[in-house]
Design a protein around this ligand. Structure first.
Ligand code: OFO
Length: 180
Protein backbone atom coordinates (compact mmCIF):
# COMPACT_ATOMS: atom_id res chain seq x y z
CA UNK A 1 0.00 0.00 0.00
CA UNK A 2 1.22 3.50 -0.74
CA UNK A 3 0.36 6.61 1.22
CA UNK A 4 -1.86 9.31 -0.31
CA UNK A 5 1.17 11.59 -0.66
CA UNK A 6 3.15 8.96 -2.57
CA UNK A 7 0.11 8.11 -4.71
CA UNK A 8 -0.34 11.78 -5.63
CA UNK A 9 3.36 12.26 -6.38
CA UNK A 10 3.53 9.14 -8.58
CA UNK A 11 0.42 10.29 -10.46
CA UNK A 12 2.12 13.63 -11.10
CA UNK A 13 5.12 11.79 -12.52
CA UNK A 14 2.84 9.64 -14.70
CA UNK A 15 1.46 12.86 -16.13
CA UNK A 16 4.99 14.20 -16.76
CA UNK A 17 6.03 11.03 -18.56
CA UNK A 18 2.90 11.15 -20.72
CA UNK A 19 3.59 14.81 -21.42
CA UNK A 20 7.20 13.93 -22.33
CA UNK A 21 5.89 11.45 -24.88
CA UNK A 22 3.68 14.13 -26.47
CA UNK A 23 6.47 16.69 -26.35
CA UNK A 24 8.85 14.39 -28.23
CA UNK A 25 6.09 13.57 -30.69
CA UNK A 26 5.78 17.28 -31.49
CA UNK A 27 9.58 17.57 -31.79
CA UNK A 28 9.71 14.50 -34.08
CA UNK A 29 7.06 16.04 -36.26
CA UNK A 30 9.02 19.32 -36.42
CA UNK A 31 12.18 17.45 -37.46
CA UNK A 32 10.27 15.42 -40.06
CA UNK A 33 8.73 18.58 -41.49
CA UNK A 34 12.07 20.38 -41.58
CA UNK A 35 14.05 17.71 -43.43
CA UNK A 36 15.83 15.84 -40.64
CA UNK A 37 14.66 12.22 -41.06
CA UNK A 38 17.28 10.79 -38.69
CA UNK A 39 16.53 13.24 -35.87
CA UNK A 40 12.84 12.70 -36.47
CA UNK A 41 13.21 8.91 -36.24
CA UNK A 42 15.22 9.21 -33.01
CA UNK A 43 12.56 11.49 -31.52
CA UNK A 44 9.72 9.16 -32.58
CA UNK A 45 11.58 6.36 -30.79
CA UNK A 46 11.98 8.67 -27.78
CA UNK A 47 8.19 9.16 -27.79
CA UNK A 48 7.76 5.39 -27.44
CA UNK A 49 10.37 5.26 -24.67
CA UNK A 50 8.55 7.92 -22.64
CA UNK A 51 5.33 5.96 -22.97
CA UNK A 52 7.15 2.97 -21.49
CA UNK A 53 8.35 5.17 -18.59
CA UNK A 54 4.73 6.14 -17.98
CA UNK A 55 3.45 2.55 -18.23
CA UNK A 56 6.00 1.25 -15.73
CA UNK A 57 4.72 3.74 -13.16
CA UNK A 58 1.08 2.91 -13.95
CA UNK A 59 1.72 -0.79 -13.30
CA UNK A 60 3.77 -0.03 -10.21
CA UNK A 61 1.07 2.13 -8.63
CA UNK A 62 -1.62 -0.46 -9.39
CA UNK A 63 0.57 -3.21 -7.94
CA UNK A 64 0.95 -1.22 -4.72
CA UNK A 65 -2.79 -0.70 -4.32
CA UNK A 66 -2.75 2.95 -5.40
CA UNK A 67 -5.26 4.53 -7.76
CA UNK A 68 -3.94 5.79 -11.10
CA UNK A 69 -5.42 9.07 -12.29
CA UNK A 70 -4.91 10.25 -15.86
CA UNK A 71 -5.03 14.02 -15.77
CA UNK A 72 -5.84 16.31 -18.61
CA UNK A 73 -2.82 17.00 -20.80
CA UNK A 74 -1.55 20.48 -21.55
CA UNK A 75 -1.39 21.27 -25.25
CA UNK A 76 2.02 20.94 -26.85
CA UNK A 77 3.23 23.45 -29.36
CA UNK A 78 6.62 22.89 -30.89
CA UNK A 79 8.54 26.03 -31.65
CA UNK A 80 12.21 25.86 -32.48
CA UNK A 81 14.67 27.70 -34.67
CA UNK A 82 17.00 24.90 -35.74
CA UNK A 83 18.47 21.53 -34.75
CA UNK A 84 20.65 23.03 -31.98
CA UNK A 85 17.62 24.69 -30.48
CA UNK A 86 15.64 21.45 -30.75
CA UNK A 87 18.19 19.37 -28.84
CA UNK A 88 18.75 22.15 -26.35
CA UNK A 89 15.05 21.79 -25.55
CA UNK A 90 15.48 18.00 -25.28
CA UNK A 91 18.31 18.45 -22.77
CA UNK A 92 16.42 21.09 -20.74
CA UNK A 93 13.40 18.81 -20.60
CA UNK A 94 15.45 15.83 -19.43
CA UNK A 95 17.04 17.99 -16.72
CA UNK A 96 13.55 18.97 -15.62
CA UNK A 97 12.50 15.29 -15.51
CA UNK A 98 15.61 14.38 -13.48
CA UNK A 99 14.68 17.06 -10.93
CA UNK A 100 11.10 15.79 -10.78
CA UNK A 101 12.24 12.19 -10.23
CA UNK A 102 14.52 13.39 -7.42
CA UNK A 103 11.59 15.27 -5.86
CA UNK A 104 9.44 12.13 -6.10
CA UNK A 105 12.20 10.08 -4.48
CA UNK A 106 12.32 12.66 -1.70
CA UNK A 107 8.55 12.30 -1.08
CA UNK A 108 8.91 8.50 -0.89
CA UNK A 109 11.75 8.61 1.64
CA UNK A 110 9.95 11.22 3.77
CA UNK A 111 6.90 8.93 3.77
CA UNK A 112 9.22 6.04 4.70
CA UNK A 113 8.09 4.22 1.55
CA UNK A 114 11.43 2.57 0.89
CA UNK A 115 9.96 0.11 -1.63
CA UNK A 116 8.88 2.98 -3.88
CA UNK A 117 12.19 4.76 -3.35
CA UNK A 118 13.95 1.56 -4.35
CA UNK A 119 11.74 1.19 -7.43
CA UNK A 120 12.58 4.77 -8.44
CA UNK A 121 16.27 3.94 -8.52
CA UNK A 122 15.69 2.63 -12.07
CA UNK A 123 14.42 6.09 -13.09
CA UNK A 124 17.32 7.84 -11.37
CA UNK A 125 19.79 5.73 -13.37
CA UNK A 126 17.77 6.18 -16.54
CA UNK A 127 17.96 9.96 -16.19
CA UNK A 128 21.78 9.84 -16.10
CA UNK A 129 21.63 8.14 -19.50
CA UNK A 130 18.88 10.40 -20.87
CA UNK A 131 20.77 13.58 -20.00
CA UNK A 132 24.10 12.25 -21.20
CA UNK A 133 22.66 11.16 -24.58
CA UNK A 134 20.96 14.53 -25.14
CA UNK A 135 24.15 16.39 -24.13
CA UNK A 136 26.25 14.23 -26.50
CA UNK A 137 23.94 14.86 -29.47
CA UNK A 138 23.83 18.58 -28.72
CA UNK A 139 27.64 18.80 -28.52
CA UNK A 140 28.00 17.14 -31.91
CA UNK A 141 25.44 19.44 -33.53
CA UNK A 142 27.15 22.50 -32.04
CA UNK A 143 30.50 21.31 -33.45
CA UNK A 144 29.16 21.47 -36.99
CA UNK A 145 28.38 25.17 -36.52
CA UNK A 146 25.31 24.73 -38.74
CA UNK A 147 27.51 23.42 -41.59
CA UNK A 148 25.07 21.63 -43.93
CA UNK A 149 27.38 18.67 -44.63
CA UNK A 150 28.00 18.16 -40.92
CA UNK A 151 24.31 18.35 -40.12
CA UNK A 152 23.59 15.79 -42.83
CA UNK A 153 26.05 13.36 -41.24
CA UNK A 154 24.71 13.94 -37.73
CA UNK A 155 21.18 13.38 -38.97
CA UNK A 156 22.33 10.08 -40.49
CA UNK A 157 23.96 9.12 -37.19
CA UNK A 158 20.73 9.92 -35.32
CA UNK A 159 18.89 7.61 -37.70
CA UNK A 160 21.30 4.80 -36.77
CA UNK A 161 20.87 5.63 -33.07
CA UNK A 162 17.09 5.34 -33.53
CA UNK A 163 17.50 1.77 -34.83
CA UNK A 164 19.57 0.82 -31.76
CA UNK A 165 17.11 2.57 -29.44
CA UNK A 166 14.14 0.72 -30.97
CA UNK A 167 15.88 -2.63 -30.49
CA UNK A 168 16.43 -1.83 -26.79
CA UNK A 169 12.83 -0.68 -26.47
CA UNK A 170 11.45 -4.07 -27.52
CA UNK A 171 12.73 -5.65 -24.30
CA UNK A 172 11.59 -2.81 -22.04
CA UNK A 173 8.22 -2.67 -23.78
CA UNK A 174 7.64 -6.34 -22.93
CA UNK A 175 8.58 -5.66 -19.30
CA UNK A 176 6.44 -2.51 -19.09
CA UNK A 177 3.40 -4.26 -20.52
CA UNK A 178 3.26 -6.61 -17.57
CA UNK A 179 2.76 -5.72 -13.97
CA UNK A 180 5.90 -5.52 -11.82
FE1 OFO B 1 13.14 11.12 -20.93
O1 OFO B 1 12.85 10.17 -19.34
FE2 OFO B 1 11.09 9.78 -19.00
O2 OFO B 1 10.48 11.47 -19.04
Amino acid sequence: MVTKKVEKAINEQIKREEHSSRLYLAMASWAEHNGYPGASDWLYAQTEEERIHMLKLVHYLNDRGGVVVFSQMDSVEQKCKNLVDLFLQVLKHEEFISASINALYDVCTKEKDFSSANYLQWYINEQIEEESTARGILDKIKLTGEHQGGLFLIDKELGAMAVTKRAALVASQAAANTAT
